[in-house]
Design a binder for this molecule. Structure first.
Ligand SMILES: Nc1nc2c(c(=O)[nH]1)N[C@@H](CN(C=O)c1ccc(C(=O)N[C@@H](CCC(=O)O)C(=O)O)cc1)CN2
Ligand SMILES: NCC(=O)N[C@@H]1O[C@H](COP(=O)([O-])[O-])[C@@H](O)[C@H]1O
Length: 217
């Protein structure tokens, strides 16, 4: 009997790849039914590429510095991704702002994980900004990617208390533990057809979620 082809996922990253590793681990354990078709980084030295190689996953480097515009970088990146015709594109610490043409092409099938409780602290240096703002909580958001930077509809959020004496490093460590739980969860929901984006809203099991998304306790 022919085996049904696994749904294909392409992962984009720029750094360590611990979120990629969490996804790989869930695939290996049989909890995520998909094939990570390729891991693509804009940084040749991203350790996430090593993690992919150790897992036998094809890798590519598309160096943004080799292109004279965001548009040309994104256009090339898109052609490299579309070779795999993925069902889902996962940004796992991918540190390039993507142009509207690119995000429209993958609208509704591209996810990102962002280390803040969006819409608070869009952009960079989120933990430093949350601590300096005397926030009582920090956290992480998985969201659909749209042209609006970190503005796509939320899917899942997880909170982390900011404690006395918290540092960027200590907070990042606590938040990453939550990231490694909620990203595979969101990907599983998408691959099982439970999660969709409609009219710039997140729909889970045919119900429109609140703007915060599903809150993981
Ligand atoms: N159009 C969109 N592009 C991207 C989104 C998005 O939601 N819409 N998510 C980001 C991920 N991200 C935060 O979650 C993020 C990544 C990068 C930057 C940024 O300012 N990048 C700089 C370069 C920074 C560096 O190289 O260290 C840049 O691109 O000039 C902000 C937020 C991915 N893209
Ligand atoms: N703006 C995007 C962003 O800052 N994403 C963040 O980059 C880190 C990647 O870690 P990893 O490489 O170990 O998965 C994660 O904390 C993720 O939330």
């Amino acid at each position: 009997m022919s085996q049904t082809a696994l749904t294909k996922v392409v992962v984009l990253l720029s750094g360590s790849g611990s979120n990629l590793q969490a996804i790989i681990d869930q695939v290996t354990q049989g909890n995520l039914k998909c094939e990570i078709a390729c891991v693509i980084s804009n940084k040749a030295d991203a350790f996430g590429l090593e993690r992919a190689k150790q897992a036998g996953i094809p890798t590519q480097v598309v160096d943004h510095k080799a292109f004279d515009s965001r548009e040309s970088f994104d256009a090339h990146l898109q052609t490299q991704i579309d070779v795999y015709n993925p069902h889902l594109v996962v940004l796992a610490g991918f540190m390039r702002i993507l142009t509207a043409g690119f995000t429209e092409h993958y609208l509704g099938k591209m996810l990102n994980i962002h280390p803040s409780l969006l819409p608070k602290f869009q952009g960079l240096h989120t933990h430093k900004r949350a601590i300096e703002a005397n926030e009582t909580f920090a956290g992480v958001t998985v969201h659909f990617v749209t042209a609006e930077l970190d503005g796509g509809p939320n899917i899942i959020q997880a909170k982390v208390a900011i404690e006395t004496g918290e540092t960027e490093e200590s907070l990042a460590k606590k938040v990453l533990k939550k990231e490694h739980i909620i990203y595979p969860m969101a990907i599983d929901w998408f691959l099982n057809g439970r999660l969709k984006m409609n009219n710039n809203q997140t729909v889970l099991d045919d119900k429109v979620l609140n703007p915060e998304g599903f809150e993981l306790n």
